[in-house]
Design a protein around this ligand. Structure first.
Ligand SMILES: [Zn+2]
Length: 416
C-alpha cells in the first residue's frame, strides 16, 4: 500500500532536527518498503507562540508491505532519537492512506495560515480513522497531518547536509568564501545562500542541531552540483527536500487582521515612521478594516532605510506576520508616493536671492530691493524611494517569505 507518513515536533532548542529524524526513519523503513520521490519539509504558521525554532514538519510517500511493522519502527525511532525529555517536545507521527490525503488539504492550509489546536488534529485523526503515534501531549500531530496534506502549488528544493554525529554541538567548520563562490555562480537558481551586504552565510545555521548547511534552490540537480563548490568539514549525508520555503504560503488577504497570522494588506500611511531605541522602526497605515501598526525591526538592516523614507499619504501594500497588534514587515510594495514639500523662505523676484525674515509674524523681505512677501514658499523635493517592491535582506528572511527574485512582478528592488 502507498502511505504518506508525516512527522513533527521531535526537536528542541537544545538539539535534533525533525528532518534528520525523518531520514533515520526513512532508512529504517527500508525493512518494510521504500520511499517514493522527495521527502517534503513543510513550514507551518511561523507565528505560533510555542515553537521557538523553524516550525517545520516532514512528510514522505512510502510503498509499504507491512503497515503495523512500519508503525512499530516509527515508534522505536522517535523514542530513541526525539528530544522527549524537553517539555516542549511533543512528537506526532501519522500514516495516511494515499487515498485520504486530499481530505487533509483544508487542515494543512489552516496549519500554515491559522492557529490550530491539538484537539483539531485529534478530531481529524478520529474522523478519517488515520493511524498515528502520539507522544506526550501530541502537539506534533498538527504538523504531521499538515505536512501530509499540504498542496504545493509553488515550491522549491532544499538540500540539507548533516554533520557527523561526533561533531554535533561543536562549532561548524566551513570556508565562507566557498559559499560566496556558490552564490556568484548559481544565483538566482540557488538563492539565499549568503547575504553580500551584511556579510552573513545564511546556508549555515547557528543552532546546536545536526544540520551542517542548507542550500535552497529551484533545481535539485543544480543543488547537488553545488556541493562540489563549497568547502566544509566532512558531512555524514545529505538529503534534498521539496519544501514550501520561499513561497509566501503563510500570507493571507483577509479583511480582519488578527494576531498570530500573516497578511498582505493595502493601506495609506497616517503618520511619519518613528524609530525607538534599538533601531526598530514603526509606522501606522489606515486599511479598509482599521489602522494597523507596522514594524521594521533592527535585524531587517538596510530595509529600514526604505521605511524611514516613507511619509504620511504614501499608499503601500505590506506583507508580514502580526503579533502584538503589529505587522512585522517581510516585504513592502509602494503603490503611490505622496509629493514631498519643503517650506523655504521666498526668493526675491528682482535679485533672485533668498529673502530673510522680517521678524516673527512679519513675513519676509529683501534688504537690497525692499521687496516683501508674507509666506514661506512650498518647494517640492524629490523622494528618495520609488514605487515598486522592496524586501528585507536575505539575512532577515523567514523560511516561508517569498523573495522578490522569485516573484514575477515589475518594480523589484532586490537586496542581495
Ligand atoms: Zn532683491
Amino acid at each position: 500500500m502507498r502511505v504518506w507518513i508525516g512527522i513533527d515536533d521531535t526537536d528542541s532548542r537544545k538539539g535534533m532536527c525533525t528532518t534528520y529524524l525523518a531520514l533515520i526513519l526513512i532508512d529504517r523503513l527500508k525493512e518494510v518498503g521504500e520511499v517514493v520521490g522527495f521527502p517534503r519539509l513543510i513550514r507551518l504558521n511561523p507565528t505560533i507562540p510555542y515553537k521557538t525554532r523553524g516550525n517545520g514538519a516532514v512528510s514522505f510517500l512510502a510503498e509499504i508491505d507491512d503497515l503495523d511493522k512500519a508503525v512499530e519502527i516509527a515508534e522505536e525511532v522517535v523514542r530513541k532519537y526525539a528530544e522527549l525529555d524537553d517539555p516542549n517536545t511533543n512528537p506526532g507521527v501519522v500514516f495516511v492512506d494515499e487515498a485520504k490525503v486530499s481530505l487533509l488539504r483544508e487542515f494543512a492550509r489552516r496549519a500554515i495560515t491559522d492557529v490550530l489546536s491539538i484537539e483539531d488534529a485529534i478530531d481529524v485523526l478520529e474522523k478519517l480513522r488515520i493511524e498515528h503515534l502520539k507522544f506526550k501531549n501530541g502537539r506534533g500531530l498538527i504538523g504531521a497531518l499538515a505536512s501530509v496534506g499540504a498542496v504545493l502549488e509553488d515550491f522549491v528544493y532544499e538540500l540539507i547536509a548533516y554533520r557527523l554525529p561526533e561533531r554535533i554541538g561543536k562549532p561548524r567548520e566551513f570556508d565562507k568564501e566557498s559559499f560566496y563562490e556558490l552564490d556568484f555562480l548559481f544565483y538566482p537558481t540557488i538563492f539565499d545562500t549568503v547575504d553580500w551586504c551584511n556579510d552573513v552565510v545564511m546556508a549555515v545555521p547557528g543552532t546546536p542541531c545536526p544540520v551542517l548547511f542548507g542550500l535552497r534552490g529551484e533545481d535539485p540537480d543544480l543543488l547537488k552540483k553545488a556541493l562540489s563548490i563549497i568547502k566544509t568539514e566532512p558531512f555524514d549525508r545529505f538529503q534534498i527536500f521539496q519544501t514550501n520555503h520561499a513561497t509566501d504560503m503563510h500570507i493571507i488577504c483577509d479583511e480582519e487582521i488578527k494576531n498570530f497570522r500573516s497578511y498582505r494588506v493595502v493601506g495609506r500611511l497616517i503618520e511619519k515612521p518613528y524609530e525607538i531605541v534599538g533601531g526598530h522602526i514603526f509606522f501606522k497605515i489606515k486599511t479598509n478594516s482599521g489602522n494597523l501598526k507596522c514594524a521594521a525591526f533592527e535585524p531587517t538592516k538596510q530595509f529600514r532605510n526604505i521605511i524611514r523614507a516613507l511619509i504620511p499619504g504614501d499608499l503601500v501594500e505590506v506583507y508580514g506576520s502580526v503579533k502584538n497588534e503589529t505587522l512585522n514587515l517581510e516585504k513592502i510594495r509602494i503603490l503611490e508616493l505622496e509629493k514631498q514639500f519643503l517650506l523655504l523662505n521666498p526668493i526675491c523676484p528682482i535679485c533672485g536671492k533668498r529673502m530673510e525674515s522680517s521678524g516673527k509674524g512679519q513675513g519676509f523681505r529683501c534688504r537690497n530691493c525692499k521687496t516683501k512677501y508674507f509666506e514661506k514658499i512650498k518647494v517640492e523635493v524629490p523622494r528618495k524611494i520609488e514605487t515598486g517592491y522592496y524586501e528585507v535582506p536575505p539575512c532577515a528572511r523567514r523560511h516561508l517569505s517569498k523573495p522578490l527574485i522569485r516573484m514575477n512582478v515589475s518594480g523589484r528592488h532586490i537586496f542581495r
